[in-house]
Design a protein around this ligand. Sequence first.
Ligand code: GRF
Length: 196
Amino acid sequence: MPTSPIRLAVFVSGEGTNLENIIRHFAPSPTVEVALVVSNRPEAKALERARNHGIPTETVGRTMLNEEESAVMGLLDGIDYIILAGFLLRIPPYLITAFPRRIINIHPSLLPKFGGKGMYGRYVHEAVCAAGEKESGITIHFVTEGLDEGAPIAQFSTPLSPGNETPDSIAAKIHDLEQAHFPEVIARVATSHRKG
Ligand code: GRF
């Protein structure tokens, strides 16, 4: 008997280029499905991308996320994994408890370098550039209560040319790594730890 697909909820705050890539990757998959896209920002471009693919969307602001546990858990009924793809709010403890090793984040640096408070998006690439790093990369990791501290699942690096890079050139390299690797890592984790 065929089993039902593993259902992902993707949390996003901005542009949604990772979301788009994840949606396209799993569209033909019989085993993994993007079932829901959640954003804290109703105007996020990512929500438009989800709607264009016919995927249900929800807006969950900071107050709702932190204070309306049963409403948020209701939205996530039947979801197996939460994927953070550029989601800028902290994940509250009740969600971490409800989804142990089932919340996956992508961070645009080689953690533990350039992680923690204030290190997101462009700020990461600016800091990497200013530090004259010889490499940067992405870290895909499980989410725990400590910011950017959960166990790494996979890291991918790219060489940099200190002195010749700009935050934009670094961002472009990181974007390429994200596009190349994030969906496959999600697939690997989701299919190897089926809920049960
Ligand atoms: C990505 O660089 C991701 O690593 C970080 O936020 C960015 C999101 O970009 N956490 P997008 O919204 O997927 O285009």
